[in-house]
Design a protein around this ligand. Structure first.
Ligand code: B1M
Length: 222
């Protein structure tokens, strides 16, 4: 398999939810390698982690579009998420060098009602790899969870992620409550349905469409 084929196969395996050689799903790909093995080979072939990550995003886009059209369902989305997570296990060391001194603390979580965590995890990894101490609160985070962590970590920065248009309303509430109690705390928001305009409207301090923008925002305060 040449490098182009490897990348194309990663896109397909993420889109189809093919995790590894052993995985019994999808049926027509039984006996074939999945994202786990493909990523290992891709890294051995010196394909850059950024390119592999882009392949994952392309795969996720395909399954997302199929889901949007009613051609795929939640179990398939879950398998794609699993396939992407198998890639992330191999890419993690590249995002976490661990050699840089901490620039500050960044508390991140997916807002209440929202279970999507792949994007948030990516942001966490990239931010951590850029020298920040990351406190990851997970998914479906109530406002109180953020508030109590902010109290424990004065001077921290906060990041909120949302993937559903419906949970943007919860993000709004969380931003407003944090700002009410801690006006000095800087809040960065992100996630597919967000825009700079929406971020400003809810009173957040920053918006980024991707992990690199999150790093740039945080570094601008150092
Ligand atoms: Co869901 N889902 N999902 N889903 N899912 C979407 C988001 C959807 C767009 C699919 C579609 O209809 N086309 C749609 C939302 C529609 C909308 O509201 N506009 C949708 C829906 C409807 C749902 C359910 C309601 C389905 C149902 O049950 N009927 C349900 C909701 C559950 C809930 O949260 N309460 C649901 C469930 C799920 C799964 C659990 C099955 C699974 C998530 C698994 C997991 O995360 N562990 C899932 C998945 C996988 C998706 C899609 C296919 C992929 C999301 C993803 O991981 N993308 C998604 C369609 C799509 O996005 N194409 C879809 C890859 C990831 C790297 O990108 O998360 O955007 P993303 O993160 C990016 C940026 O947004 C940014 O950086 C990341 C890297 O570039 N970013 C930040 C993210 N957070 C940031 C924070 C920052 C800065 C940048 O600063 C703090």
């Amino acid at each position: 398999m040449n490098n182009q084929e490897l990348i194309e196969n990663i896109v397909t395996c993420v889109a189809r939810g093919k995790v590894s050689l052993e995985s019994p799903f999808p049926k027509d790909l039984i006996g074939q390698i999945g994202t786990n093995e493909l990523t290992k080979i891709a890294l051995e072939n010196n394909i850059s982690p950024d390119l592999i990550l882009k392949a994952c995003n392309d795969g996720m886009k395909i399954i997302g579009e199929r889901f949007g059209k009613g051609e795929a369902f939640v179990p398939e989305l879950l398998m794609s998420a699993k396939a992407m997570n198998a890639v992330m296990i191999h890419l993690k060391p590249f995002f976490k060098s661990g050699t840089v001194k901490s620039k500050g603390k960044f508390i991140i979580g997916t807002v209440l009602g929202d279970l999507h965590d792949i994007g948030k995890n990516l942001v966490s990894m990239v931010v951590e790899g850029n020298g920040w101490e990351v406190i990851d609160l997970g998914v479906d985070c109530k406002t109180e969870k953020f508030i109590s962590k902010i109290k424990e970590n004065p001077g921290c920065f906060v990041g909120l992620s949302a993937l559903l248009t419906t949970t943007m309303a919860n993000m709004n509430k969380t931003v407003q409550e944090i700002k009410k109690q801690f006006p000095e705390i800087k809040i960065l928001v992100g996630g597919a349905p967000l825009t700079m305009e929406a971020a400003i409207q809810m009173g957040a301090d920053g918006y980024s469409p991707n992990p690199q923008g999150a790093v740039e925002y945080l570094n601008s305060w150092v």
